[in-house]
Design a protein around this ligand. Structure first.
Ligand code: HPA
Length: 234
């Protein structure tokens, strides 16, 4: 047990998928894992461990934003020995060619700040994905009927942004989408020598104002979970 995770030692697999929403963790575990078992529910943050194609996998919520993700990722890596962590989540599209329901595989994650900024100080560390995971996820996604984009994303500290000019700079520099967690996951993976990736579904679009109705999110979310699971086990 850690401060925020009630799982017993050995209850967490080396492969962990991390959606922001704990109920998405429940849905993904019940849909894709064999014999999913609830291993954490401290503060309502749900984690499940089961098997996928015979391999142990944990699906654990991260909560929203980098401070929340940082708590869970730190404890999963340091206390439970997680070795491969894949964020599965939604993002806002930032480029005209990025459409609703498309999948973005994040090669890098830019940010204004992360929970690691205090450590990096004046350094502009470049958080990036694990290349092996990234290339496996790209191969998986290419076998599906999904719009796929691979490139940089923006991990924002805020959903309701009082500084839209920052988004404009991201758009201008080719950033594909905005979410709120990946940069810190990539920082922590680098720090602890583990593998990380973020696979994201475009749920809304900053330029068009469109948003995916909740009943249409499930199918896109399912593709993303399968891509992440198969990439992790490649
Ligand atoms: N902004 C930040 N995070 C997000 C968004 C967004 O538009 N959509 C999904 N996650």
């Amino acid at each position: 047990m850690t401060i925020h995770i009630g799982a017993k030692p050995g209850d967490i697999a080396e492969t962990v998928l991390m959606p922001g929403d704990p109920y998405r963790a429940k849905w993904a575990a019940e849909t894709f894992l064999k014999a999913p078992k609830l291993v954490n529910e401290v503060r309502g943050m749900l984690g499940f461990t089961g098997t996928y194609k015979g391999a142990p996998v944990t699906i654990h919520g991260s909560g929203m934003g980098m401070p929340s993700l940082s708590i869970y990722a730190n404890e999963l890596i340091r206390d439970y020995g997680a070795k491969t962590l894949i964020r599965i989540g939604s993002c806002g599209g930032m480029q005209p060619h990025v459409k609703l329901r498309d999948i973005i595989i994040a090669m890098t994650a830019s940010s204004l700040s992360t929970p690691s900024s205090g450590m990096f100080k004046e350094l502009n560390f470049a958080p990036c994905a694990d290349y092996g995971l990234l290339s496996a996820a790209v191969a998986e996604a290419q076998g599906k009927d999904v719009g796929l984009h691979v490139g940089g994303i923006y991990s924002s500290d805020v959903f309701y942004d009082g500084r839209p000019d920052l988004n404009e700079q991201m758009v201008r520099h080719g950033i594909l989408g905005v979410e709120m967690e990946a940069a810190e996951l990539y920082n922590l993976a680098a720090r602890y020598g583990v593998r990380a990736l973020a696979v994201l579904t475009v749920s809304d679009h900053l330029q068009t104002g469109e948003a995916l109705p909740s009943d249409q999110r499930e199918k896109s979310f399912g593709d993303m979970v399968e891509i992440a699971l198969n990439a992790a086990l490649t």
